[in-house]
Design a protein. Structure first.
Length: 73
C-alpha cells in the first residue's frame, strides 16, 4: 500500500530549493517519489509518495536539514 501526503513548506524560492528539499526527503526510508509545486511568494506544496505513512518529525527534520520549514497547520 502506498501513501500520498502533501506538506506545506515555507521559504522555497527557486529550483535549488526544490532540489535540496527533494534530496533530503528522498533519503527517508520508504519514500518512492517527491513532487514539489514551487510557489516562490507563498507556501510551496511538497507531495510525497511512500510505502507507508512517514513519521512527521522525520519529515520536519529532513525539510529543516535542507534549510526550510514545514508550515504549521
Amino acid at each position: 500500500m502506498t501513501t500520498n501526503t502533501t506538506y506545506a513548506v515555507q521559504g522555497m524560492t527557486c529550483g535549488h530549493c526544490v532540489s535540496a528539499v527533494t534530496e533530503e526527503i528522498s533519503k527517508l526510508p520508504g519514500v518512492t517519489a517527491v513532487e514539489i509545486d514551487l510557489r516562490p511568494n507563498d507556501v510551496s506544496l511538497v507531495a510525497v509518495t511512500s510505502e507507508s505513512p512517514l513519521d512527521e518529525h522525520a519529515v520536519d527534520a529532513a525539510v529543516d536539514e535542507a534549510g526550510y520549514q514545514v508550515a504549521s497547520s
